[in-house]
Design a protein around this ligand. Structure first.
Ligand SMILES: [Zn+2]
Length: 102
């Protein structure tokens, strides 16, 4: 196992996890279990994505970099054409139904 990326929140961790899974890269998310009730800032710990197979590490990093670079260019909210959910521009995948941004 190898540490891959420290995410800013659970949602981003899940989206990256799913994006990597779609490329057949197995990852696990650790470090977010201490999140307390809403508003308890002291309990928040950033989730960290770990790649299970070290051989996948460089490919996984590339995919994450691509994902993050794509995010910087557009922070507008977009509307998923599949389920109609509003999604933050930072994400290239609908958090609700996991459809790619269109
Ligand atoms: Zn959707």
């Amino acid at each position: 196992m190898r540490k891959l990326y420290e995410c800013r929140d659970r949602l981003q961790a899940q989206i990256l996890h799913d994006a990597l899974a779609s490329q057949h890269i197995e990852t696990i998310i650790l470090g977010d279990y201490l999140t307390g009730a809403a508003g308890e800032l002291s309990a928040i710990q950033f989730p960290v994505i770990w790649v299970v197979k070290s051989d996948d590490y460089y490919r996984a990093r590339q995919l994450i970099n691509q994902h993050l670079e794509g995010s910087e260019n557009n922070n507008e909210i977009w509307c998923c054409q599949h389920c109609g959910e509003e999604v933050e521009g930072a994400f290239q995948i609908c958090w609700n139904c996991l459809s790619p941004r269109n």
